[in-house]
Design a protein around this ligand. Structure first.
Ligand code: ADP
Ligand code: MG
Length: 479
């Protein structure tokens, strides 16, 4: 449409908005388009002003095609869009920076759409106007430290990676560090321990621990009140961001977008991310692939069920911290019978304490037996080496004879080693007895097997999955 009247930025933009309004949902229109102001028009380039970097990123990600199309209708096929991004510099003056839109390209989920890092100290109206970085409460529980976190084979990699992260937040190869594992195995404790350790070693670093549920709620509150920028800016102040239970993002598509923007900003600025999850990243259904692909940039470390020895150590550590005394006999009884997770182990200890003070009775084996009977239904049956052998044979379709013979075939050797490992973890038999159940091997063979299984679990994910699955089977059988 040839038109001699000089077009103004306002008229062009208002024509674009008319079309956009019909296409975009009302709520989205209000959130993402109403705050935009047309700035100027130069030839076929329209500049619009957006309130923040996040805004720009969001538009680029979700609406760049629509913007390009509507603009081309107004200004012809050479039309281009440029953004002016308002940067609140925190001293009352507003700065801005201008960047071109990527609307010449066809829109794809281009992960490189986030080239900007705004390093200006951002005034943060999210909590208190003018809030200084230092004043952000990290939301940490001081009891969750590395000292109180017992290391065992089940959590060694995760714990050590956590230590490294706490020592050198942001400048290590574990960014993000993803800690995953079942309930009650110590993910929250470890995540918090990292936060506490960072504060201890680097008091000036801004640490924040937040559950994904809380993050989602905050995000939703802020999007209702058109305050998404404040929300994003707040998170951009963090040096070490610990998000617990990221699996809950699966239900919250919009929050994932915000998290994605925050993740990118922090990662690009050399800030540390620590995430926990109840599943391995690859099994996190409902999370956007672009997020999952970022999780793979760092390290994913799992936490497994603690073995018998570690359970004993955890109980002893808790007793020491709480100034409790219990005979070794009782500690062993509790550790042996509660195999589900650490939370239940603690629960049993608390029940024991409660019962003993209620009845003014020492904690002895009798009391432990009584309390645990009500407390858990687990491990009512004693699992035998034979039963474990049978389960492993079935699982790998290996014959029982082969398992005992001196075959050197790799599958059979591994099946045998796993069986010994499980027998060690789930029965009270000595190494000698276990060896005898495998055609009279001696105890050093059993030790070697257990060590090999642990090593392989660290390096071979398929092997580890096999062992974990078998572990569950054995536990079920013991119920
Ligand atoms: P998750 O977040 O994986 O569900 P938590 O971190 O809440 O588990 O742990 C449950 C309880 O068990 C917490 O009280 C925690 O302190 C304790 N716990 C877990 N693992 C350990 C460990 N290795 N050493 C000491 N306590 C532990
Ligand atoms: Mg937790």
């Amino acid at each position: 449409m040839a038109n001699n009247v000089a077009k103004t930025a306002e008229s062009v933009w208002s024509n674009c908005l008319k079309i956009i309004k019909d296409i975009v949902e009302w709520q989205h229109f209000k959130t993402w388009f109403e705050p935009i102001a047309p700035v100027e028009i130069k030839g076929s380039v329209l500049m619009i002003q957006v309130p923040s970097q996040f805004f720009y990123e969001y538009l680029e990600e979700h609406y760049v095609n629509l913007l390009a199309k509507t603009l081309k209708r107004e200004l012809g096929k050479d039309a281009r869009l440029e953004y002016r991004i308002l940067v609140d510099s925190g001293n009352g003056r507003n700065g801005s920076m201008d960047i071109p839109a990527s609307n010449q390209k066809t829109f794809s989920h281009n992960e490189m759409n986030f080239p900007l890092v705004i390093d200006n100290p951002v005034k943060n109206p999210f909590v208190i106007p003018g809030l200084k970085k230092m004043q952000i409460d990290p939301q940490l529980n001081h009891n969750y430290t590395f000292d109180s976190y017992v290391e065992g084979d089940s959590n060694r990699v995760a714990r050590r990676a956590g230590k490294t992260v706490a020592e050198k937040p942001g400048s290590n190869s574990f960014n993000p560090l993803v800690i995953y594992g079942g309930v009650g195995l110590g993910k929250t404790h470890l995540g918090q321990a990292i936060g506490n350790e960072v504060k201890r070693l680097h008091p000036n670093k801004v640490v924040l621990y937040v559950s994904s549920e809380k993050f989602i709620n905050q995000f939703q509150d802020h999007s209702r009140n058109n305050a998404i920028n404040d929300f994003i800016h707040f998170y951009q102040l963090i040096d070490v961001l610990i998000i617990d239970d990221v699996q809950f993002f699966a239900r919250a598509e919009k929050s994932q977008d915000a998290f994605f923007a925050i993740f990118n900003h922090l990662h690009q600025s050399g800030k540390q991310l620590v995430l926990t999850s109840d599943k391995a990243p690859k099994d996190l259904d409902g999370l956007q692939e672009r997020l999952l692909s970022r999780f793979r940039w760092g390290l994913s470390a799992d936490i497994q069920l603690p073995d018998y020895e570690t359970r004993i150590e955890i109980l002893e550590r808790k007793m020491k911290n709480d100034g409790l005394d219990m005979s070794k006999e009782v500690v062993k009884y509790v550790a042996y019978n509660i195999t589900t997770n650490v939370r239940e182990l603690e629960g049993a200890l608390i029940s024991l304490l409660a019962q003993s003070s209620l009845n003014r009775k020492e904690i002895d084996l009798d009391l432990a037996k009584k309390v645990l009977r009500n407390f858990v239904k687990t491990s009512s049956k004693e699992i035998t080496i034979d039963a474990i052998q049978k389960m492993v044979c079935e699982y790998f379709t290996v014959s029982y004879d082969k398992l005992l013979q001196k075959t050197r075939k790799r599958e059979i050797v591994q099946a045998r080693q796993i069986t010994m490992y499980l027998a060690k973890a789930f029965t009270k038999n000595s190494l000698k007895t276990i060896g005898e159940h495998f055609g009279g091997r001696d105890h050093t063979t059993v030790i070697h097997s257990c060590q090999t299984v642990k090593d392989l679990m660290d390096t071979d994910s398929i092997f580890r999955e096999n062992v974990m699955e078998l572990t569950q089977k054995v536990q079920l059988a013991a119920m």
